[in-house]
Design a protein around this ligand. Structure first.
Ligand code: GLN
Length: 242
């Protein structure tokens, strides 16, 4: 594909897309088209092979059992791993984030291998489930404004030396480790606990993925009024509950 086009792959919408994570695909697709890119969107159901030639892959959150099924199928399929090895951009949320890691604890209480694309390990937290709005500062290397999102997970994710935290929270839990970290990333692979959908609340993340795809430092601005209104409203709602 040339840089004036985008092959956008949405992985397993039938298993992984809780809390409106489908919105992430819509936002990336729309913002790409607004920049004149010809978008080919590929929704890959869990009984289909994951294409290895996508540019941007999105994978969402899910409940514990669909998460195990998705992990089994992704391991067997191998397409997402191949795509990662070829430098694809991957953005994952919650269950998808845990699957991208080295290992997670599944719905049977067993340790299960992830894809090993992010140096993280997830276990089931013993404390209260992490639920609610989150605010955080994104890793300054990524040049993004304040992160706003919604979390709902029992999993607690420990970061290894091969990744950096995606953000540091100042409200909410994020990785649930108590150290304030939220999500993880390396190179062009990202994981976060943020729903929202996170791209609707933080369209600059969608733009980051597009900038990585196009290999450009900036994109032409688009009308962000509706996104800004949503951000303002959610940031106010989070801080009001303090
Ligand atoms: N089942 C996982 C957990 O509770 C992921 C939940 C989710 O994707 N919302 O940690």
């Amino acid at each position: 594909m040339t840089a004036s086009s985008l092959r956008l792959v949405w992985v397993y919408p039938d298993l992984l897309s809780t809390y409106g994570d489908q919105g992430n695909v819509l936002v990336v697709e729309r913002r790409a088209r607004q920049r004149g890119l010809a978008v080919e969107r590929v929704d890959v159901r869990s009984d289909q092979p994951v294409p290895t030639t996508g540019d941007i892959y999105l994978i969402g959150g899910g409940e514990d059992r669909p998460q195990r099924l998705a992990a089994e199928r992704l391991r067997r399929d191998g397409g997402l791993t191949k795509a990662a090895e070829s430098g694809a951009i991957i953005f994952s949320v919650c269950a998808g984030y845990q699957i991208l890691g080295r290992e997670f604890v599944n719905d049977l209480g067993e340790r299960e291998a992830g894809l090993g694309l992010l140096d993280v390990i997830s276990v089931r937290g013993t404390g209260a489930r992490c639920v609610g709005d989150v605010l955080g500062d994104v890793d300054e290397r990524l040049g993004l404004p304040q992160l706003t999102g919604f979390e709902n997970h029992q999993g607690v994710t420990q970061l290894g030396p091969g990744v950096r935290p995606f953000a540091k929270v100042h409200f909410g839990n994020g990785n649930g480790t108590g150290d304030g970290t939220e999500g993880a990333w390396r190179d062009t692979i990202f994981g976060t606990y943020m729903h929202g959908p996170v791209m609707a609340r933080n369209p600059q993340i969608a733009d980051l993925l597009l900038r990585l795809h196009l290999d450009v430092p900036a994109l032409p601005p688009v009308d962000d009024r509706w996104y800004d209104a949503l951000r303002t409203e959610r940031v106010a709602a989070a801080t009001q509950t303090v």
